[in-house]
Every structure is written in structure tokens, then in C-alpha cells.
Design a protein around this ligand. Structure first.
Ligand code: GLV
Ligand code: GLV
Length: 347
């Protein structure tokens, strides 16, 4: 008997042919890559065994109830799963597939890009050239200057801080080593003990002076660049708030390439306006995609914002889509998903 599977958008030729080539699946497909709306999903989910979707599609108890007891598998093409109610999923015994690892390098690349863009005023600089305004910006000794990411003879002790120190943060650190970074601070889930063995290995692999697990206050005070690379959700909601931003250095830069909900946008706008920090680079903003020109952060010249494109490389997005398809197929066949979210803490 075929399993009904709802596919919420076109996931590209590779993933779609994997799904279409699996005889056990009875596919209900939204044909374009913009994706279905909530009403279509609610109409089509009843009786489905599985659903393939992205972070734009909310998986809440209402959707799960509508699907009914047939629903077994939710496969998301994303590493984040803030859009899925994990507690409700655990209670219903759902399997949740996601796409870690394949996007680590792309997001780490982009995190470095945001650090450079924000620190070097690239947002404003690009718009000067694009708007034909270069004649009004002759080469001036101190125009566009911002803090340097790489170490210099006069400032040899750049410290980078990671709020969250998982795969993407560690891959970002690896990219900063050739910039001369030898001192790394991080915070991570307070319930997990420091991982001294891993940290010692990273120190020796990258010839660092130190990797130190610190608390949030110390991370804020000591870091020259702070990378927010932790999962969203209740535990990290507005973890970067007014108190955190007030403790940061006036010359420091904040990068967020994880979820918008970790940063209090109003507090960040105030911090930028009043000069508590030097600048910010954001791939994600709370409330996205409804971020328009009147948003307080969009109006801040020292805030570089790009519209959630962290993993958007040709190679990585294809790998993510294929992994999402494989997660779904394996789970429906009763096998082990290549990457399944661990729900044991919700049971
Ligand atoms: C992107 O934000 C993802 O979760 O994959
Ligand atoms: C910059 O273009 C320089 O020549 O220093």
C-alpha cells in the first residue's frame, strides 16, 4: 500500500526524482518552489504518512491533529527546526528529519562574509557605487573605516566569541585561523559540561592560544567579534538583549547567522544608534520575511542585513534537498534516517 506524502514545494530535480522514483510513495506535490500556503497544506495533510517542507512551513499541534494518526514523518530541508513543535512531535511519536552537516561549510563561509561586510561597512559602500554616488565619495584617508577582523601589529590579540559552539561555529573558527585569530571564547548550552578534550584538540589543531568556555557576560565583554550560531527556540529567545549588548565593546561586531529570535531587534537597533557596539551583520531577523524599509534595523547604516541566504550555494542547497528526500524515504521504509532530530529530551 502506498504512503501519502505531501511535498510542500519543488525541491529541485535531484530530490524530486528521488521522491518520484520511490514506488512506496503516493506524492501530493505543490508544483513551484515558492511553496504551498498553509490552507493548501491543511487541506492535503489528512491521511498523510509524511511531509517534506522547509523552515517557512509551521509544524504545530494544529497541523499534526489535522494530519491524524497516519502521520509518522516530517522531513525539513533545513538544519534548524524552530518551526516544528518538537514537544508535540515527540508526544505523537513523529520522526523528524533535518539537514545538518551538508550546510556547515556554506554557513561558516557566510558568517565570515558577514563579519567582514559589517566591519568594513560593505553594505553602505556597495550602495554608494550602485547608486552612482562614487563621485561624492573620493578616496579619503578615514572614510568607511571599521575594525579589522584580521590581527594587526598594533592589535595582535583579536578575540572572537561564539554564542553556541557547534558544527557551524567550529567551522567558522577554522576559517578565522588564517586571519591570525588565536584566541576563542564561547558559550554553549549551560546544562552541557565543557568539552575539554575537544577544545584541547582544536587548540592543537589550529595552534591557538586558548579556547575558553565562558558565561554570557564574559563573552559580551571580551570578544571583538561575536558570532551567534546557536539553535533558536525557547532556550535562546532574545539571549542577545539590552544587557548583553551594553556589555559589548564599542568597537565590536555582532554576527547572527542562526535564527532571528536569538537577538532582540529593538535592543540591537538602540545599541547601534547609541554606539554601544560598532556594527552588526545579520542573515536572520526576528519576524522575517516581513522585514521592510521601516524596520528599525534596516534603517541602521551600521547594520548589514541579507535575507536568510546562509546555506544558499548551488551545491549545498542541492545536497540539503537530496538529504531531505532521503530522510523521508528511509523513514517511510522503516529504516534509519540519514539525519534525525533527537527528541529524547522531550519524552
Ligand atoms: C537555515 O536557516 C536552516 O535551518 O537550514
Ligand atoms: C589604496 O588604494 C592605496 O594605494 O593605499
Amino acid at each position: 500500500k502506498a504512503h501519502k506524502v505531501v511535498v510542500c514545494r519543488n525541491f529541485g530535480p535531484d530530490a524530486m526524482s528521488l521522491l518520484k522514483g520511490t514506488p512506496e510513495l503516493d506524492l501530493v506535490i505543490w508544483p513551484d518552489d515558492v511553496g504551498c500556503d498553509r490552507a493548501w497544506l491543511m487541506d492535503n495533510i489528512p491521511g498523510a504518512t509524511g511531509v517534506v517542507l522547509t523552515l517557512s512551513d509551521k509544524v504545530d499541534p494544529e497541523l499534526m491533529s489535522r494530519a491524524g494518526p497516519s502521520l509518522k514523518v516530517v522531513s525539513t530541508m533545513s538544519v534548524g527546526y524552530e518551526h516544528i513543535d518538537l514537544r508535540a512531535a515527540a508526544q505523537r511519536g513523529l520522526k523528524i528529519g533535518y539537514t545538518p552537516d551538508v550546510l556547515t561549510d556554506a554557513v561558516a563561509d557566510l558568517s565570515v562574509m558577514l563579519a567582514l561586510m559589517a566591519s568594513r561597512n560593505a553594505g553602505t559602500a556597495v550602495s554608494v557605487a550602485q547608486s552612482g554616488d562614487w563621485p561624492n565619495y573620493p578616496w579619503l584617508p578615514f572614510a568607511f573605516c571599521g575594525p579589522q577582523l584580521s590581527t594587526t601589529t598594533t592589535s595582535p590579540t583579536r578575540k572572537v566569541g561564539f554564542l553556541g559552539f557547534g558544527r557551524i561555529a567550529q567551522a567558522t573558527l577554522a576559517r578565522l585561523v588564517p586571519f591570525g585569530i588565536i584566541h576563542c571564547l564561547y558559550t554553549s548550552n549551560p546544562t552541557s559540561p565543557p568539552n575539554h578534550k575537544r577544545d584541547a584538540e582544536l587548540v592543537s589543531k589550529y595552534q591557538l592560544q586558548a579556547i575558553t568556555k565562558v558565561d554570557l557576560d564574559e563573552l559580551a565583554c571580551e570578544s571583538d567579534f561575536i558570532f551567534v550560531l546557536a539553535p533558536g527556540g525557547r532556550d535562546t529567545y532574545h539571549i542577545v538583549n539590552e544587557n548583553f549588548l551594553k556589555q559589548m565593546k564599542k568597537t565590536s561586531v555582532l554576527v547572527n547567522a542562526s535564527r532571528g529570535t536569538l537577538v532582540d531587534s529593538d535592543a540591537l537597533a538602540k545599541a547601534l544608534k547609541e554606539g554601544w557596539i560598532w556594527g552588526a551583520g545579520l542573515d536572520v531577523v526576528e519576524g522575517e520575511p516581513k522585514i521592510t524599509a521601516d524596520h528599525p534595523l534596516v534603517k541602521e547604516p551600521r547594520c548589514v542585513i541579507i535575507p536568510h541566504i546562509g546555506s544558499a550555494t548551488l551545491e549545498t542547497r542541492k545536497d540539503m534537498a537530496v538529504r531531505a528526500a532521503k530522510n523521508l524515504i528511509e523513514a517511510i521504509r522503516g529504516g534509519q534516517m540519514p539525519a534525525q532530530v533527537d527528541l529524547s529530551s522531550y519524552l
